[in-house]
Design a protein around this ligand. Structure first.
Ligand code: FO1
Length: 308
């Protein structure tokens, strides 16, 4: 049994490889919900959707989010009615997920229950667990004011300078049902190559989750999302710089130092191996850039081999 902590696109690439390298039923995935946002009265949970669509083989391969070959007719009409500018692209098929989730939430179902419903309907065989059922949207504190994470990332193209990050309501949040068991009963816990600040950060900030990771007998591993001094996807590098941190795999390892046993480092960063080992973890050096399916599977196999 492997339990993964996941954000969106980077994590999903790895999880696609992992679910081809082992039985998908033996994988539980705890997913960030800090990116969740309400738009047009709909509750949108991007990372839950990205992981679900990827593992269902539905994701748009060009973007890593949304549904392949989707159209945007509904959004275009919505924008004509509201007079709003287009920035968050909700496809016609994608909207079905958001409409269904919102309707179920209004009927009193939890995000966990709805995620399970979507998972089975899409034929995803791994277990998908939102980190919490409490809405804890991530606020980015910038030199242009406080912005919802999606507003910062997409509307503002991650341009404003980041001064801080806040996970709203996080003190009220509890791990969603199944999360504690998934961490405690796993043979291994893998932190996927996601942004440590805004994808994995919110999961680790849910009260109780850090303690569960310290308590578990599972071997705990993390894969660096930073390769050769830049993030593979998204604004990790910019955010680290703005917050006064080094943009390096070593910095990522430092952020996880009290939580992991093994760190996976890209060959390009091999010179950092010893320094990372000095943080008290074993280091595996391998190819981590998942540019095609074979590379996704190869990285997953390398991770499984070192765990064995
Ligand atoms: N990312 C974008 O860069 N632009 C978009 O318009 C966009 C829309 C979108 C709609 C639904 C969804 O589930 C995800 C969407 N994403 C979009 C991805 C998302 O904003 C981020 O990549 C994640 O939140 C970070 O993991």
């Amino acid at each position: 049994m492997i339990t993964a902590l996941a954000g969106g696109v980077g994590a999903s690439k790895f999880l696609e490889g992992l679910s081809r390298a082992m039985l998908p039923e033996d994988i539980s995935i705890i997913i960030n919900t800090g990116d969740d946002i309400e738009l047009f009265g709909l509750y949108i949970a991007p990372d839950l959707d990205i992981v679900s669509y990827t593992l269902a083989g539905l994701v748009n391969p060009a973007t890593g989010w949304g549904i392949k070959d989707d159209t945007f007719h509904c959004l275009e009409l919505l924008l004509r009615y509201s007079g709003h500018e287009r920035w968050f692209n909700l496809g016609d098929c994608d909207l079905a997920t958001h409409i269904f989730r919102t309707q179920k939430l209004r009927e009193g179902h939890t995000l966990s229950e709805i995620t399970e419903n979507v998972r089975t309907a899409l034929g995803v065989r791994s277990r998908l667990l939102p980190m919490t059922n409490t809405h804890t949207p991530t606020t980015i504190i910038t030199d242009e004011g406080e912005l919802h994470f999606q507003d910062y990332l997409i509307r503002c193209l991650a341009q404003p300078r980041v001064k801080g990050i806040r996970f709203e309501n996080i003190e009220l949040a509890r791990p969603a049902p199944g999360v504690a068991e998934a961490i405690l009963e796993a043979n291994a816990v893998i932190i996927c190559p996601s942004n440590p600040l805004i994808s994995i950060g919110p999961i680790l900030a849910v009260p109780g989750i850090r303690d569960l990771l310290k308590e578990t007998k599972a071997t705990r591993m993390a894969i660096s999302p930073v390769v050769g001094g830049a993030s593979l996807k998204g604004p990790t590098d910019r955010m680290l710089t703005d917050l006064g941190m080094e943009v390096s795999a070593r910095q990522v390892a430092k952020l996880y130092a009290d939580l992991i046993d093994i760190f996976i480092l890209d060959r390009r960063d091999e010179t950092a191996k010893e320094e990372i080992e000095q943080l008290g973890m074993k280091v595996l050096v391998t190819d981590t850039v998942m540019s095609d399916t074979d590379k996704k599977i190869a990285l997953a196999r390398a991770a499984i081999a070192v765990l064995d």
